[in-house]
Design a protein around this ligand. Sequence first.
Ligand code: C2E
Ligand code: CA
Ligand code: CA
Ligand code: CA
Length: 276
Amino acid sequence: AKHSGRSTFAWYTPDMDAEAQRRKEIEEGLVKALRLDQFQLLYQPQYSLSDNKLKGYESLIRWEHPTKGTIAPDVFIPVAEDSGLIEDIGDWVLFHACREAARWEDKSLRVAVNVSAAQFKPGETERKVALALTESGLAPERLEIEITESLLIANTAAVVDTLQKIRALGVSIAMDDFGTGYSSLSYLSRFPFDKIKIDRSFIRTLGENPSTDAIVTAIIGLGRSLDVQITAEGVEDMRQVTLLRAAGCHLVQGFLYGRPGQASDAASVHLGETLT
Ligand code: C2E
Ligand code: CA
Ligand code: CA
Ligand code: CA
């Protein structure tokens, strides 16, 4: 009698039970985290390749758990998305990032905010972005919203309309994780992005894999001809920098230039720092 009771259901395994339990715990923890202010934003620098100048930072959320320590977003963002908590967490991120960036000494630096497709609500999202700007006093030109292709899969007119309204505020829109979806290219003709971020999975094997080199070079060329800025994410060594520079990539972000760090560091330490 190896099989008994509920395990006779083909779709049910003890592993799924453990997974459901894990997600439930995270979800309950997230509700508390929101209430007790356990989230933190780290900022990772983005540099211009042509002149090695710091241009801004991407904000990346962390959960400072009282007993488990720092929890990475890959662990809890998917749970937040499925449970609907991403809306409150996303609001916290947007307002917090704008407020912190407004306090940075260098008023030319931008802040990029990740906006999940699950938190995106036409009619709401543009209103919240506008509110975060007025509330923080951050100049709209300093804010960038990073969205992924999943938002455009449905391609509703309402989503495009909302993106356009955000853009009309003066905020720029970046397509994140470019190349990892099913029809990255088709989205470029449907919405005028300001920026494309080439996913780290492509940058990782740059210089080691001729077909990756060709793809990255083509994406950069495409971006340049569409007048879209290109950011390479996950840049870890000079070999990648040399190739990206030769291909005409505009911006770089990665451990070589700086790991995600505290807001106080973003305000001072990286300032004036250059890398050649
Ligand atoms: P992402 O938006 O693609 O962010 C880039 C991720 O790559 C970050 O991981 C960053 O720390 C990491 N990274 C940057 N440079 C390097 C590098 O040179 N080498 C390596 N190995 N990794 C690098 P992180 O902070 O763990 O975030 C993971 C993902 O979680 C993000 O991927 C994004 O999808 C999501 N996320 C982070 N913060 C937020 C947020 O505030 N809101 C939402 N909705 N999602 C977020
Ligand atoms: Ca991102
Ligand atoms: Ca990515
Ligand atoms: Ca991502």
